[in-house]
Write a protein that binds this ligand. Sequence first.
Ligand code: DC
Length: 228
Amino acid sequence: MTARGDKPFVVAIDGPSGVGKSTAARRLAARLGVPYLDTGAMYRAVALAVLDAGADPADEAAVVRIAAAADLSLAGGEDGSFSVLLDGRPVEPRIRAPRVGEAASRVSTYPRVRQRLVALQRASARAFGAVMEGRDIGTVVFPDTPHKIFLTASPGVRARRRHEQLLQMGKEISLAEVRRELDERDDRDTGRAASPLKLDGSYVEIDTSQRQVDEVVARMEEVVRQGS
Ligand code: DC
């Protein structure tokens, strides 16, 4: 897959938490031979910087100041994925802590934070192309790309998947609590004024509720190749 003219080759994959975006997007990127970029990791990195600084994620002015000053960068790895660096150091696995996810969901509502991260996302995709995963890739970051996929799954399935992941990470939490957090996150991601998660007619929607990840990846590859 190559860029045509000065248009970068970008596959936009959007959808709510817990639909299996990351695993599927990473595998699709490998199949297509383009870099994978998890944009949620960038919002989580800003959240980590905010928490490390002892600031309150609800304090917009403080968050915007920290995000503007943060030394954030992307490093291309041998496996074809970008990893996010804060002050030159990888942010994984610290950004996967539930409190960082919660803070990320708040800091991502601030337009000035989004502007900075969107600029980084566009620059990296223009240089290398990307399978890019997030909430606003097909609506805001690269609205002109012909390759847009929206992954969905029923809330019950998403909560169960997320619950299993957390148990594997050693976190003790009930399914009901996971479902409550997921519903809250959905409300914030879809209800915010700045770049809300929104499915429109320019996407191909794939419901992952009843599909194994291999099937989802195969369907996404078909969608991309048909559209290219
Ligand atoms: O996909 P994730 O759970 O790692 O994302 C963390 C938070 O960042 C989530 O609440 C939504 C937000 N986000 C966003 O607003 N825009 C993106 N492109 C990616 C993530």
